[in-house]
Design a protein around this ligand. Sequence first.
Ligand code: F6P
Length: 320
Amino acid sequence: MQKIGVLTSGGDAPGMNAAVRAVVRKAIYHGVEVVGIKRGFAGFIEGDMAPMNRSSVADIIQRGGTVLRTSRSEEFRTPEGRALAFENVERYGLQGLVVIGGDGSFRGAKLFAEEYDIPVIVIPGTIDNDINGTDYSIGFDTAVNTAVGAIDKIRDTATSHERTFVIEVMGRDSGFIALSAGLAGGAETVIIPEQPVDVDVICKKVSKGFKQGKLHSIIVVAEGAIRGIELAKQIKLQTGFECKPTILGHLLRGGSPTVFDRDLASRMGAKAVELLLSKVSCQMVGTLRGDIIGVDFCEVISVKKPIDLEMYRLVDILAI
Ligand code: F6P
């Protein structure tokens, strides 16, 4: 293999740059040229691509976002869009492709690998951590740390004013960020899409907490379960207690990646190149119990990642 392409796709995630750096440097180490594809699949279709060298990835390991930039391409969902992208594979002489992104990007990558004769390796890069077959995806740890930092700050106000706060976090239709941030942030309640939402039970818990002498109540809610603004309104209505919503939103996607994410991204990027060099295709790089492994990404896409319900119950136990 002499030349490969790399792109980042979908929502940006802190650590994507560290992964790009690892792909580029590991490939160069093995004498393989790398072409950077800008703006995800959109740039792939348009031929917005340029050769990369070791200095194109200097000074980026600590930066959030993605220097390659990213997009959610509707056109790549169509056979015509993918055909245009393949023309650029031929134009640039690419013999392998690394896609860094979330499950939507993996679906596009899967179709492309099935339709065209080019090995494709995907790396999970999403704050949501909702990808089956890997314990962690790049960006999750940073996002959870950002969320916990915000919860700690909000707790100061919640205690001073004896208030209830509903803190909404991203995660699309999964609750991994909410659960980890809620447990680590000492929340009284965590609400995730994987479990039924019972507003009456939540309200009773808030009232009971104040009766017991608690000075505040922190509720962490995943955006896919119920909207924070709506929940805060209902709590205020039913309990009579003041309840303020805070939406963390895209704040969780930004910032310098944690050591964990830089380490994970560096190891995953290097592994992706190793997989391409060993002539495999349609694999996702994953991490299981600390090991970096290759997994068939058709299996990954078809199964929803299970959430740890023991951890979910622990939030309640520790909030007594
Ligand atoms: O998948 C990452 C993510 O941040 C989700 O948590 C969120 O629902 C979505 O992307 C938001 O996407 P956009 O930035 O396109 O609005």
